[in-house]
Write a protein that binds this ligand. Structure first.
Ligand code: OAD
Length: 254
C-alpha cells in the first residue's frame, strides 16, 4: 500500500514537537453522528436559526430543549470510532499534542485523548441562564423528565440551557485563547473533518500556517482550506487515521 506521508511531511513530523489537530463533525461521522453541511447534515434538515440560537431557545424552549435532549441521549450511547482512537494513540508519539475540537460530543475524551480543547462547548453540560448554576447531564435529565412541559428550570426559576455555542454567541474565552495560542505555536497542524466554514475555528489553521506550521488536511471532500494545505489526504478519518498513526510510529518513533 502506498505511503500517505510525503517525504516533506515525514521530515516535518519527525522534527515536530508541537502537533495540533483541529477536528469538526466529520471525525464523528463514522460513529453515526451526522455532520452539519453534508447531504444528510443537520443544517440541511433543520434550520439553525430555529434550533441553535438563544432567541429560539427563549421563544421556543420546549422544542429546543427536546432537540438537545434527544441529541444528548444519542451521543451518550455513541462510541468513538477508529479515527478518534488513532488520535488518542498519536498523543503518545509527540511531546506536545493537542486536539482543538468544534464537536460537542466528548468522543475524543471517551477515546482516551487527554489534551482536548472544546471551543463550541459540550452537550453534556448545562447551566442556568440567570444564576449560572451548572447541571450535569444526569441532573438535567431529572429536571427535564419531572417537568411535563419539558421546560427545565433552575431552583432560582431561570431556564436551564445546554452549554454549547449557539449562532450569534461568543465562543468560551479561555478555550478560544488557548486554541489560538496552540495554533500559533504548532509545528504541524492537522485539519480533520471540518468544512472550515465557521469562524473563528476556520481561522485557526490559517493562523498556524502564517506562523510556519506544516498544514495537513484529512477530509473526503475539498474545502475552502484545501488550497492552502501542504498535504491533502482525501479520505475518511476513521479509515485513514489508524494507517497514518502506524506510519508515523513505524517511521520515526521507536
Ligand atoms: P460541517 O458539517 O460543516 O463539515 C463536516 C466536514 O466533514 C465536511 O467537510 C465533510 O466533507 C467532512 N467529512 C464527512 N465525513 C467525514 C469522515 N468520515 N472523515 C473525515 N471528514 C469527513 O461540520 P463542521 O465543519 O464541524 O457549530 O461545522 C462547524 C460548526 O458548524 C459546528 O461546530 C457547528 C456548526 O454550526 C456550532 O454548533 C457552534
Amino acid at each position: 500500500m502506498a505511503e500517505l506521508l510525503t517525504s516533506q511531511a515525514k521530515e516535518r513530523l519527525y522534527s515536530a514537537s508541537k502537533v495540533v489537530i483541529l477536528t469538526g463533525a466529520g471525525i464523528s461521522a463514522e460513529s453515526g453522528i451526522p455532520t452539519f453541511r453534508d447531504k444528510d447534515g443537520l443544517w440541511t434538515k433543520f434550520s439553525p436559526e430555529e434550533l441553535a440560537s438563544f432567541d429560539a431557545f427563549y421563544k421556543n424552549t420546549r422544542m429546543v430543549s427536546e432537540f438537545y435532549q434527544k441529541r444528548r441521549e444519542i451521543i451518550e450511547h455513541t462510541e468513538p470510532n477508529p479515527g478518534h482512537k488513532a488520535l488518542a494513540e498519536m498523543e503518545q508519539l509527540f511531546d506536545d499534542f493537542h486536539i482543538i475540537t468544534q464537536n460537542i460530543d466528548g468522543l475524543h475524551q471517551k477515546a482516551g485523548s487527554n489534551n482536548v480543547v472544546e471551543i463550541h462547548g459540550n452537550i453534556m453540560n448545562n447551566y442556568c441562564i440567570d444564576c449560572k448554576k451548572t447541571y450535569t447531564a444526569a441532573e438535567f435529565e431529572k429536571i427535564y423528565e419531572e417537568n411535563s412541559e419539558h421546560i427545565p428550570r433552575c431552583e432560582c426559576g431561570g431556564l436551564i440551557r445546554p452549554d454549547v455555542v449557539w449562532f450569534g454567541e461568543q465562543l468560551p474565552g479561555d478555550a478560544l485563547e488557548k486554541a489560538f495560542h496552540l495554533s500559533e505555536a504548532a509545528d504541524v497542524f492537522f485539519s480533520i473533518g471540518t468544512s472550515a466554514q465557521v469562524r473563528p475555528a476556520a481561522d485557526l489553521p490559517i493562523r498556524a500556517l502564517q506562523n510556519g506550521a506544516y498544514l495537513i488536511e484529512i477530509n473526503p471532500t475539498l474545502t475552502g482550506l484545501t488550497n492552502f494545505t501542504h498535504l491533502n489526504i482525501q479520505e475518511k478519518g476513521g479509515e485513514i487515521l489508524p494507517r497514518l498513526k502506524k506510519e508515523i510510529e513505524l517511521n520515526f518513533r521507536h
